[in-house]
Ligand binder design. Structure first.
Ligand code: ATP
Length: 262
């Protein structure tokens, strides 16, 4: 059984990954998933690729996506909720991702707000959430995820080596992509189903804050046209990131066109 068949078998009958469309190579899984979505693909459908020629990060940045070693997946979600709640989805995906990597690999994974998962301070996974609304309601959300699984240190481009890593590089052994992806889908499904019932709960907020890499750290946050420096206090009850500056002034940030540097 190849890894895709193994993953399909592990997710049979489940919401997330119960249906998996596999592409050996795509430009980027998110636009592919959008296309499937517009053609009526059901919630939880996953577009999985072996490699991406134009993998994307946020704000038009590139996501390196070599073949045969990592996971590149986009998940179709159709939450019956208002568009204003959409920023909570990447937060719960971050919690699911960090928990899944810890569970599948025994590594301590942490969330770097807004959309990265770090192991030992380096980026091992990225999450890119794209929403389409109809009036005030969410029409669908495409959750793109890239997880560096068996990428060898020597193959990580030199300009990324300081900031990027893989499960293999940190764990010192290879990991099963099927098991890592299955664990992520399982955690994501659990968090998503709870979110649909409870909304952005205090449990989810506390879990996020517990897994956060940036809490209590001094950071620079860049929003278009402005920079803000301060110490991160964590997420508030609405899911906004609270940052306090040297004058004790607290600012709230919602993920979007925002960048955070340590
Ligand atoms: P921010 O900190 O604002 O989220 P970011 O630099 O983390 O910004 P992302 O959109 O999360 O931006 O991801 C894209 C960036 O991640 C690239 O510019 C590059 O620096 C880095 N990168 C690209 N490919 C990979 C990869 N496979 N693994 C880890 N990091 C990568």
């Amino acid at each position: 059984m190849n890894w895709v068949e193994e993953l399909r078998a592990a997710r049979q009958g489940k919401l997330i990954g119960g249906e998996i469309f596999f592409c050996p190579e795509v430009d980027s899984t998110n636009p592919q998933a959008r296309q499937y979505c517009l053609e009526g693909a059901k919630e939880g459908t996953v577009i999985l690729a072996e490699s991406q020629s134009q993998g994307r990060g946020r704000l038009g940045r590139q996501w390196q996506s070599p073949a045969g070693v990592n996971i590149y997946a986009s998940i179709i979600l159709r939450p019956p909720m208002r568009a204003a709640s959409a920023p909570h989805i990447p937060l719960l995906a971050g919690v699911a991702g960090a928990q899944a990597l810890a569970r599948a690999c025994g590594l301590e994974a942490r969330i770097k707000w807004p959309n990265d998962i770090l192991v030992n301070g380096k980026k091992v996974a990225g999450i890119l959430s794209e929403m389409e609304a109809e009036g005030l309601q969410v029409r669908f959300i495409i959750l793109g995820v890239g997880i560096n699984v068996n990428w060898q240190k020597k193959d990580i481009p030199p300009d990324l080596r300081e900031i990027a890593t893989s499960l293999r590089a940190e764990g010192g052994r290879e990991f099963s992509r099927a098991k890592v992806a299955a664990e992520f889908f399982e955690e994501l499904e659990g968090e998503y189903v709870l979110f649909l019932k409870e909304g952005f709960s205090s449990r989810l907020r506390e879990e996020w804050n517990r897994l956060s890499w940036v809490n209590q750290k001094w950071v620079t946050i860049t929003v278009p046209g402005r920079k803000f420096e301060g110490r991160v206090l964590g997420l508030d009850a609405d899911g906004a990131l609270l940052v306090i500056d040297g004058q004790e002034k607290i600012q709230r940030f919602i993920a979007g066109d925002v960048s955070l540097r340590l």
